[in-house]
Design a protein around this ligand. Structure first.
Ligand code: SF4
Length: 248
């Protein structure tokens, strides 16, 4: 699909490039960005599980229908699985997501010793809160970060979606073979540890918007890209002198 990517040579170079890209892309897309959700953490988690490989509109509809059909998350947990499946039929793979959501709800109830809204995660260090969620089968790094950051907890954990991942790879912040899952740890490590939830959110949103509006999968619009001077992939595509320098 793509020409070879030049990953930055050392951690400091990567960090400086990530921060410069953050600055330029936040300016380009108008940060600070408004958080789109005010859900509690458990609701955000279920919403994230529904959203896997599903368009936003459809997963939103599935979530609304699930909430309308069952008064509480305990009711979802204890319902016949085919009823849950029917309620979330607007999203992809409801037959897989219904039992997974119920298993996650059962596991959380067991760990908490009863109904639990996950608010206690706010009292943990970010890495610990992420590890707690990710130790539940079916919850990966993107879902754990989305739960912590997008929910009303506003914990600075960074999700990496496919757009964010593609832009980071082309900027050389991660290697060409690093998948979305492992990218979470590597890309988070480039951000200043004292960044708050708004800064982490802005970083994620800015890279995601860039993937949606400029750094397209098939034909990135490098000629009008505000981070071209930071991007070895774009420079190589356009054949700029900086590309030749980078390739040495
Ligand atoms: S220069 Fe091209 S490849 Fe690089 S980030 Fe911009 S659009 Fe993407």
């Amino acid at each position: 699909m793509e020409k070879p990517l030049n990953v930055c040579s050392d951690f400091e170079t990567c960090q400086a490039r990530a921060l410069r890209a953050h600055e330029l892309l936040c300016a380009e897309y108008g940060a600070p960005f408004r958080f789109f959700s005010t859900k509690d953490a458990l609701s955000e988690l279920i919403s994230a599980l529904l959203s896997h490989r599903t368009r936003n509109q459809e997963s939103h509809r599935a979530y609304q229908q699930l909430r309308a059909r069952f008064p509480t998350w305990e009711a979802v947990r204890d319902a016949p699985t085919d009823e849950v499946q029917q309620a979330i039929s607007a999203c992809t793979w409801p037959e897989q997501k219904a039992p997974r959501i119920q298993a996650v709800l059962r596991e959380i109830s067991e760990r908490c010793g009863g109904p639990c809204d996950l608010a206690f995660l706010a009292n943990m260090p970010v890495a610990e809160a992420r590890a707690w969620l990710e130790s539940i089968s079916g919850i990966g790094p993107k879902t754990s970060a989305a739960t912590l950051l997008f929910s009303s907890l506003r914990i600075p954990a960074m999700p990496v979606d496919s757009h964010h991942h593609r832009v980071a790879q082309r900027l050389g912040l991660i290697g060409p073979k690093v998948g979305e899952g492992p990218a979470h740890k590597l890309l988070s490590a480039l951000l200043p540890p004292d960044w708050d939830a708004q800064q982490v959110y802005d970083h994620h949103e800015a890279l995601m918007f860039h993937g949606q509006k400029c750094c397209y999968f098939h034909t990135p619009a490098c000629g009008r890209c505000v981070v071209l001077d930071q991007c070895p992939f774009g420079q190589a595509r356009l054949g700029t002198p900086a590309a030749a320098e980078e390739a040495k």
